[in-house]
Design a protein around this ligand. Structure first.
Ligand code: TXA
Ligand code: MG
Length: 327
């Protein structure tokens, strides 16, 4: 199969609509990462997503809709706190899990009685969702377990020959996936941290829990039990520059070793190979996946040094950093 990369315009959107309504898949940009989309009403198309990515078939997908879509067609109950959060943060990088009406095909939620809904803010994503008119089931557009894609080129490297069309909307400004928030109970629970932080949610509605299952405990979000964000080279995780330098000194072949770290740490390592994530939390989130993908091309070993900031969106960044560089 030939894979085409097209800018977003009337012509490419019409082509995307034809492909989607014929039961096939289209890759589209969002403000977080690129998504691999299929018509959420088409069982066969949704199942093909799992094959294309090599995704485990018990890890449910998010249904994406445009900002004027009436989600009461898809879900049965939206609590008051969720309405407030939607007003504050949508369209944007917040995915909300509700009780499903069962209107989309069961493969989207892998048979669960809930459905995750996302309204992305990216203009290209909005144009695509409006053009197709149907809810689009979409995971990140990478091979399962690999680093998520934040550019059309990243998608092409993973999925060439497996998808017909990649709509190119440039580099994703957010850089890590949306926050996944369970809105089925009295209090919302963060299932996956992201660009809408716990603090931002608490600020709007006063309370928000974070789901962090202990070993052996049942996970509320099936995606949490799998390894993710893995670059195609060896990795090592260090807590600070001192620990990283100690590990580095013990290596014999240093030429292909890269340190991945925030700007402050990079300054202390001058003269070494560096994948610099930047200074601010927003920069670090936006650069993380691109730097992991740059690193896997150049490095035999990436030594990840954990950034010092921990609050806000850094909770989501640190979580992915540990999954990418840890064992
Ligand atoms: O930013 C994003 O969310 C991107 C873009 C493309 O929208 N999408 C994305 O999808 O990251 P994916 O499939 O890579 O991650 C979806 C996460 C998984 O951890 C999955 O387990 C969880 O959402 N999820 C989906 N439906 C769920 C449900 N009904 N209940 C609990 N967790 C759910
Ligand atoms: Mg993913």
């Amino acid at each position: 199969m030939q894979t085409e990369i097209l800018g977003i315009n009337e012509k490419s959107l019409n082509l995307a609509k034809n492909i989607i309504l014929s039961g096939r898949t289209v890759v589209f940009p969002t403000e977080t990462v690129y998504g691999l989309g299929a018509n959420a009403y088409d069982e066969f198309a949704v199942e093909s997503i799992f094959n294309i990515k090599g995704r485990p078939n018990d890890n449910p997908l998010i249904a994406h809709v445009h900002k004027d879509y009436d989600i009461s067609e898809l879900v049965s109950y939206v609590p008051e706190y969720a309405k407030k959060l939607a007003k504050a943060f949508l369209p944007g990088p917040l995915t909300m899990v509700y009780k499903s009406r069962g209107t989309v095909c069961p493969a989207v939620s892998c048979g669960l009685d809930t459905l995750a809904i996302r309204i992305p803010s990216h203009n290209g994503a909005q144009s695509f969702l409006r053009k197709v008119g149907v809810p689009i089931a979409a995971p990140s557009a990478n091979i399962s377990k690999h680093v998520s894609p934040t550019s059309a080129e990243h998608v092409y490297n993973d999925l060439k020959g497996r998808v017909e069309l990649i709509l190119d909307g440039g580099s994703c400004s957010g850089g890590i996936e949306s926050t996944v928030l369970d809105c089925t109970g009295d209090v919302p629970i963060i299932l996956r941290s992201g660009l809408i932080s716990r603090e931002m949610i608490e600020d709007k509605i006063g309370v928000c829990r974070v789901h962090s299952p202990k070993a052996g405990e049942r996970v509320l979000s099936p995606g949490m039990k799998y390894r993710h964000y893995t670059p195609d080279c060896a990795t090592m995780l260090c807590a600070d520059v001192e620990e990283a330098l100690k590990a580095y000194e013990e290596l014999t072949d240093k030429e292909y070793v890269y340190f991945m770290c925030e700007d402050g740490a990079a300054r202390k390592l001058c003269g070494k190979n560096i994948l610099n994530l930047g200074k601010t939390d927003i920069e670090i989130a936006a650069n993380l996946y691109a730097k992991l993908r740059e690193g896997e091309k150049k490095a035999r070993l990436i030594i990840g040094i954990l950034p010092e900031m921990r609050d806000g969106i850094m909770a989501g960044v640190i979580n992915r950093f540990i999954k990418a560089c840890g064992n």
